[in-house]
Design a binder for this molecule. Sequence first.
Ligand code: ADP
Ligand code: MG
Length: 313
Amino acid sequence: MVNTIVSIENLVKRYKDLIAVDNFSLHVNEGEVLGLLGPNGSGKTTTINCLLALVTKDNGDINVFGKKMSQNAYDIKRDIGVVLQNVAVFEELTVYENIDYFCGLYIKDNATRKRYVQEAIDFVQLNDQVKMVPKKLSGGLLRRLNIACGIAHKPKLIILDEPTVAVDPQSREYILDGIKKLNEQGATIIYTSHYMEEIEQLCSRIVIMDAGKKIAEGTKQELKRMIKTGETVKIEILNLDEEHLNGLRRIETVTSVKYRDELLEIKCEQGTNNLMLVMRYLDEHNIPAGRILSELPTLNDVFLEMTGKELRD
Ligand code: ADP
Ligand code: MG
């Protein structure tokens, strides 16, 4: 039986005239890594803030672990780990003291707490920094501290809101691997990001948001099957005039043709022979081609087809 960990029904959150979250529903099952993907301003953080009852919602029902979420629902909150978008740690406390403080909010037994704090430090590999204060840490290490503070008490549900923004590549891989491990150890994860690559890499199911609304949801394979684009063909060509671009546009399975900086980019419908048809056109018109690449659709293609906008900043 599938256990629903989070259920959000018809959530609405307004800031004056702005509808930040617009009738949004979300269900998260036990054991999932649910990715909430959307551009900046699409309502991800507001959704998380409502889910945690950090802000009051204007409408909707939110249940966590099968119980109604509210500001005072401490029995629910103790089983949630939160890593907020804005790093929230105490500047006066050391790395160790910070983790110990947050863990201590939930874990009262001293020996258990000590063990959990050490495990969190090992987990984010901040052993060499335990005596440092946060302002001595690089951006990536500070993020890792933020994560350690959020997960030290071994919560069943972990919510991470854009935990890799402004993080160096090494710490980023570290953070993504760590989240996978937490999931393998049994935690259910909600992960928000505007980086489609991360969401693809990490998440077992993806919900795409735009302007406060749910645009689509599914596994990455399901999402990619929902759109017309099946393949993007990229070919290096030194010179290509408008006449040939139009000729390429007339190929039946071609949906869009762009040519910039000596790179021809052709989006094709799902199906076979796309690359062959393009190459045949180039060959018939004596157009020499350099490097050739064929790429499967990305989540940006999904977003582009569904909203008419690019997901990228
Ligand atoms: P995301 O996390 O996807 O970047 P947010 O949830 O932060 O999006 O923001 C959604 C929309 O709500 C944006 O237009 C943002 O400007 C607006 N917003 C968020 N927080 C506030 C606030 N406290 N007051 C007014 N507007 C806000
Ligand atoms: Mg946000």
